[in-house]
Design a protein. Structure first.
Lengths: 299, 377
């Protein structure tokens, strides 16, 4: 492999890795605060993308406005999901496994309602010309996505940090993450903070979905399944609950997928297998993920 | 316990009696197609043609024809299940389906075991009908399609070195890629003229690594025998990587989505397919195109035409057999000779494949334009 090819592969890996990182942040944030794996996260990606799609197609909104509306409505869908699928269980002190099953149910529900309302055929997502613009640097083709996606990822990372560590709501979220009953005793309105968390996580999912749809402009109601699973795994490898860990996990997965083919082009069909064998190795050495905390059970 | 079980048995017996077996004055035709999932466009286009045919020819032997449509969800396990459902629940006399060779190869054995004939509309992989006496098809098979595109690449494009990128999860794609390679090597006489092969899997969206690899091999053209959604994304990414060389596809690229998703990037892409509304071949084609416009308001795809023909072929077989018994239909289907369909004159060979003319389409100004026909070898 020549150097220019390596740089091209490197560029490709950054597109993919930063996209995975972006989506994994939302996954890990909800888990870090609520200890709930929101399996409907992949579907929330697609909900966001479809709202943005129809905002442009039916309501003729300018693309940026449509994206903003999609993020807001995506957050709303997330909060409603929490209200319908998770809160009733939580209030009856259901075990975590029931919440998990409820999350999987919500995921299937969103997929199928999408198939009924929208139909199963691919839709071509609108790409603002600026984002997909290509520049040739020697023999390496570089799209503006190379800067846009990592920039959005960094902004979100900063935003989440600011919110969690510098605001009162963030303080309440951290308290919740430590201990529900005590947080409640301290006068924190648990339901409201959980709703905030879901709004934030789903808004992030919508951003991730829109970015994903711009990069790969063919969306359908089942398109969220694969990125959803992959980014969940990225979050676990990074240490689920840890936001910088999710970013690192996302980049690792992206680089593994691209570099696996770059170095073993004849095994291209086994791309996922190569990537996941490496991920398994990482997990077998660091079972809580790269940045995950060792959970110490206090007696 | 025993009593309750007895009640259940009686209920079951009732259901079985009334689920349609006794209605000898109607013909039940099952349809299994991918109406959702990554191949939804293919299944839905085919269904348009089947529904139109049913509307135009609603009776056979004086009996009313009823359609039972099942969605196999682009899922191989689901494809086998839908065939079972059509046979056991709906008691169909014959089945039409399905877009997607892997799906057809999954449904085929179920129908064979039950002894129900299936008329394939567009599954082109040879193994769909080979070794299965109950599976027929209205389309040509992939060795011919590989030959069409290899000839096109060699003679029309003047390509001497080509690369192939296939969907390793689809029998259709792996098969077609193999036959293309064979045909191209035969033309050049040099096994090294296929300079590179790469693979991806259905539902993948990122092809940049494979394409960067192929780009480094400097082929004159790339053959991408995948399904429309994947190939449109793939060609888009190739253009973004600065690959300006021609791309070629198979019949699974023919879908409006291919052009909607690919936009400017798929301009000039040539694909092989079964039929073009711009080049009617029989009287039935003209009738079909007119009726199709009237019903749907747009030009029919090759898959709509094949769905239409699949339905007509079954009706023709029933008429010639003078019976709606699955076994009689099967025998009559195998004897089909010179049947005039919308996609051409159809004769079944001993394996149950139609031997037919192939069509080449090229994307020009956002539309598939007829670019020539290729006669069978």
């Amino acid at each position: 492999m020549s150097l220019t090819h390596f740089f091209q592969h490197f560029t490709n890996a950054i597109y993919l890795g930063s996209l995975y990182a972006l989506i994994a942040i939302g996954y890990t944030m909800v888990y870090g605060i609520l200890r709930l794996i929101n399996f409907a996260h992949g579907e929330l990606l697609i909900v966001g993308a479809f709202i943005a799609y129809y905002g442009i197609l039916i309501f003729h909104l300018p693309w940026w406005l449509s994206f903003l509306v999609a993020i807001a409505l995506g957050a709303f869908v997330g909060v409603s999901l929490e209200r319908i699928a998770y809160r009733p269980l939580r209030q009856r002190d259901a075990p975590r496994i029931s919440l998990l099953v409820s999350a999987i149910g919500a995921s299937f529900f969103l997929q199928n309602i999408g198939l009924v309302i929208i139909g199963g055929r691919h839709k071509a997502f609108y790409r603002p010309p600026f984002f997909a613009q290509t520049t040739q640097l020697g023999e390496v083709s570089v799209m503006n996505f190379l800067f846009v996606i990592p920039l959005v990822t960094l902004l979100i990372l900063g935003g989440v940090f600011f919110l969690v560590y510098r605001t009162r709501t963030g303080m309440a979220m951290r308290a919740l993450a430590k201990d529900y009953p005590t947080a409640r005793l301290m006068g924190i309105n648990i339901n409201r903070i959980i709703a905030y968390t879901f709004a934030l996580g789903s808004g992030l999912a919508a951003i991730g979905g829109i970015m994903y749809a711009m990069r790969y402009p063919a969306i359908h109601p089942l398109a969220g399944v694969l990125p959803g699973i992959k980014c969940f795994i990225a979050a676990v490898v990074g240490g689920i609950g840890n936001v910088p860990g999710a970013v690192i996990g996302g980049f690792i997965l992206g680089f593994l997928e691209i570099m696996g083919i770059a170095f073993f082009p004849h095994l291209a069909g086994y791309r996922d297998a190569i990537a996941f064998i490496v991920l398994l190795l990482i997990l077998s050495f660091k079972p809580t993920g790269l940045m995950g905390e060792q959970v110490v059970e206090k007696v | 316990m025993g009593k309750r079980f007895g009640v259940l048995l009686v209920l079951l017996a009732f259901i079985m009696v009334f689920s349609g077996t006794g209605l000898a004055d109607e013909v039940r035709i099952g349809v299994y197609e991918p109406l959702t999932g990554p191949m939804a466009a293919g299944g839905q286009m085919t269904l348009e043609g089947i529904r139109l045919a049913h509307e135009l020819y609603p009776t056979v032997l004086g009996k009313e024809v009823r359609l039972f449509v099942e969605d196999n969800k682009t899922d191989k396990a689901e494809a086998a299940l839908t065939v079972s459902r059509l046979i056991e629940l709906h008691r169909v006399n014959a089945i039409i389906g399905t877009y997607g060779s892997s799906l057809a190869m999954s449904g085929g054995p179920v129908a064979e075991t039950a002894g129900i004939p299936v008329m394939g509309c567009s599954p082109t992989h040879p193994l769909v009908t080979e070794g299965n006496d109950y599976y027929f098809r209205a389309c040509f098979i992939d060795p011919f399609q590989g030959h069409i595109m290899a000839t096109y690449a060699y003679h029309t494009l003047g390509a001497r070195e080509v690369a192939i990128i296939q969907d390793i999860a689809q029998d259709y794609s792996v098969g077609l890629s193999h036959f293309f390679r064979q045909a191209f090597v035969e033309l050049t006489g040099d096994p090294a003229s296929v300079v590179g092969m790469s693979s991806y899997q259905t539902l993948d969206t990122d092809f940049t690594a494979q394409l960067t690899y192929l780009r480094g091999l400097n082929p004159d053209a790339v053959f991408a025998p995948g399904y429309y959604g994947d190939v449109a994304l793939l060609i888009t990414q190739a253009r973004e990587l600065g690959m300006d060389i021609p791309f070629l596809g198979g019949d699974a690229c023919e879908a409006p989505e291919f052009i909607e998703i690919g936009g400017q990037n798929v301009e000039g892409v040539a694909i092989s397919t079964h039929y073009s509304a711009d080049a009617p071949v029989t009287e039935e084609s003209t009738k079909f195109v007119e009726a199709f416009y009237e019903k749907y308001g747009h030009a029919p795809s090759a898959f709509a035409a094949l769905g239409y023909d699949a339905y007509l072929l079954i009706l023709d077989a029933i008429e010639r057999a003078g019976s709606i018994e699955p076994e009689d239909i099967r025998f009559a289907l195998s004897q089909t000779e010179g049947f005039e369909g919308a996609t051409g004159f159809i004769t079944m060979d001993e394996t149950g494949n139609a031997v037919k003319t192939g069509v080449i389409l090229q994307v020009q100004d956002g539309e598939f334009i007829y670019a020539g026909s290729v006669e069978p070898q």
